[in-house]
Design a binder for this molecule. Structure first.
Ligand code: ATP
Ligand code: MG
Length: 256
């Protein structure tokens, strides 16, 4: 995924704009685990919506798998999104009149998967999130942390190549938060590209790469080589990841 000179302005009134992103240049290679870290209001969610093709930049270009997404019409964008990207939103966006299980099934319905497979996968994912006993609950019958875990299960439904998560541990106690981070590391080892937004410095520092944002700009592109080594040691896909990192590291500190 690559962003070139991505700017986003929100119009408040005539001549009155918020500059949420001020020219982001960022390349994330397949199989990377990146955290995006910065204070409230610095543009993290805006960046995630643009990366995930949910919103268009005011200026600049977003490439997914080398495809210039400006060249796609809305059907093309929807197809690319539903086949490639999983989302965990800051405010969950669970569908209120669907049960936990049905919420997890939903992306698979959009992807035309048959009911038997759908239910099987949704149950597996809920089990992984320790929510089997809440499968038939509606969102209002769940705690904040449980809703968050349903949202994570839903994001994984179609086995996305890219997972974008906005404050995925924001509503979790530290133990459940650790479980979610462990799950992310597992996904990373299996080859998923992970982009995790957080203002939790503990979570941010667990990834091999952290993008620091401030006031609509990328201010630091930090690589934690110790983590890369440690994580790679755990991984079974050592070669594939080595390759990804070699390519990445040739780009130097700031990639433009
Ligand atoms: N729809 C909108 N209309 C106008 N301004 C907006 C809109 N959405 C976001 N903004 C503004 O754009 C800036 C970036 O917002 P964004 O939601 O991306 O921040 P964030 O880094 O995700 O913050 P937080 O950590 O609090 O979630 C903020 O100043 C915000 O007020
Ligand atoms: Mg946000």
């Amino acid at each position: 995924m690559e962003l070139k000179n991505v700017k986003k302005q929100y119009k408040l009134s005539e001549g009155n704009y918020v500059k949420a992103l001020k020219g982001i240049n960022l390349k994330i290679n397949e199989g990377e685990f990146v955290t995006i870290f910065g204070p409230s209001g610095c543009g993290k969610s805006t960046l995630m919506h643009i990366m995930g093709l949910l919103d268009k930049p005011t200026e600049g270009t977003v490439y997914i798998n080398s495809q210039d997404t400006k060249e796609l019409n809305s059907n093309g964008l929807t197809a690319l999104r539903s086949q490639t990207i999983g989302f965990v939103f800051q405010s969950f966006f669970l569908t209120p009149n669907l049960t936990a299980l049905e919420n997890v099934e939903f992306p698979m319905v959009l992807n035309n998967q048959n009911e038997h497979e759908r239910v099987k996968r949704a149950k597996e994912l809920l089990k992984k999130m320790e929510l089997s006993e809440r499968a038939n609950h509606l969102p209002f019958q769940l705690s904040g942390g449980q809703k968050q875990r349903v949202a994570i299960a839903r994001a994984l439904a179609n086995n996305p190549k890219i997972l974008l998560a906005d404050e995925p541990t924001g509503n979790l106690d530290s133990k459940t938060g650790e479980e979610v981070i462990k799950l992310f590391k597992e996904l990373w080892r299996q080859g998923t590209t992970l982009v995790v937004i957080t203002h939790d410095s503990n979570l941010a520092s667990q990834a091999p790469r952290t993008i620091h944002m401030m006031d609509g700009e990328m201010v630091k592109d930090e690589k934690n080589y110790a983590h890369i080594k440690e994580l790679i040691k755990e991984t079974k896909k050592i070669d594939a990841h080595h390759k990804a990192f070699d390519v990445k590291n040739k780009g130097g500190e700031m990639q433009r």
